[in-house]
Write a protein that binds this ligand. Sequence first.
Ligand code: NAD
Length: 369
Amino acid sequence: MSSFDRATPHAVLGSDSFEHEQVVLCHDPSTGLKAVIAIHSTALGPALGGARFHAYASDEEAVADALSLSRGMSYKNAMAGLDLGGGKAVIVGDPARAKSEALLLAFGRFVASLGGRYLTGCDVGTDEADMDVVARVCRWTTCSRTAGGTGDPSGATALGVFQGMRAAAHHRWGTSSLRGRTIGVAGVGKVGHLLVEHLVHDGARVVVTDVRAEAVRRVVDTFPEVTVVADTEALIRVEGLDVYAPCALGGALDDAVAPVVTAEVVCGAANNQLARPDVEQQLAERGVLYVPDYVVNAGGAIAATRVLTGDSPQQCAAKVERIFDTTLAVLERANAEGVLPGAAADRIAEQRIAGAANARAEERASRAG
Ligand code: NAD
């Protein structure tokens, strides 16, 4: 594997809107590790965010993803009321071929070199077993149970998305029950599958799709009442769809989807669902309510903090369930201020981050004085 391209630093520093505290390009030729660790903000505390392992088309794409995902983590953690900043790592390569114990150890040593400014964990392409390896050389992991962590956070994420969806139902239809609603879940992997379970138990009619036949089979074997459609294109056009839940990859809401999605509400687990911010406006013009992804998918981040707070599983679940209230507060603020939910959520998160940054600056100034 080659080292980073000469253009890579430009991809970090060349952006007009560069706002990150620290970006580390990690390269270990002996194991083939190439990774980017982006720390967006530590105003609220150490930067928390998982490690994504993905076959990026270019180094610039990897850097851009790390920058965007780490920024999203700052907003997500602030919105969830966590005393944690936002960070993210991306490891460049196809996890099925490039992942090795030596590479994960090399990655762990880079994370450890940051001395706790960044806390890593599972994300797309990495799992708890990987974090068990990372934890052998690095104290700052959240997923490895053998190292005192909380394991795969997908269950908490699914619970939070379910609570966010109930809040959106309350806001839109005056009842938080999803009984009788038709809900389309695109992507029934770790989170999507567990979301289906909550929805079925709540009495919803569930329609699913996934590019992996095995994932679809697992859902249908467990919940035979679920309907399957061929692909996401078919799912978003289902007649009478009440909620569309994107639970696969980012960018699910784009210029092709916004004009045709039949659902009244979009609420799902995937990070960075809006391909561009203005897609939310396109949806709103058709009366479609978009519930900001980072508001409802924070359950995993909340669960990850158990390593820091020492909360019991029950205390943690109670915190995740509060995503209902957080979501409702965002939707009500959007109405009160005449803005879209995305803008309302950003304002709340930015106020909390700025408040912490100002308090820290004042503390430093008073110590210096
Ligand atoms: P996963 O990889 O287990 O599941 C994703 C599923 O989507 C897979 O089954 C995959 O086959 C399917 N998929 C991919 N492309 C698709 C397409 N075009 N159409 C239909 N299905 C497609 O990942 P996950 O952990 O369940 O995470 C799902 C999403 O939620 C990701 O965007 C992730 O970033 C986000 N998220 C996850 C967590 C968590 O705790 N796991 C937390 C916050 C956000």
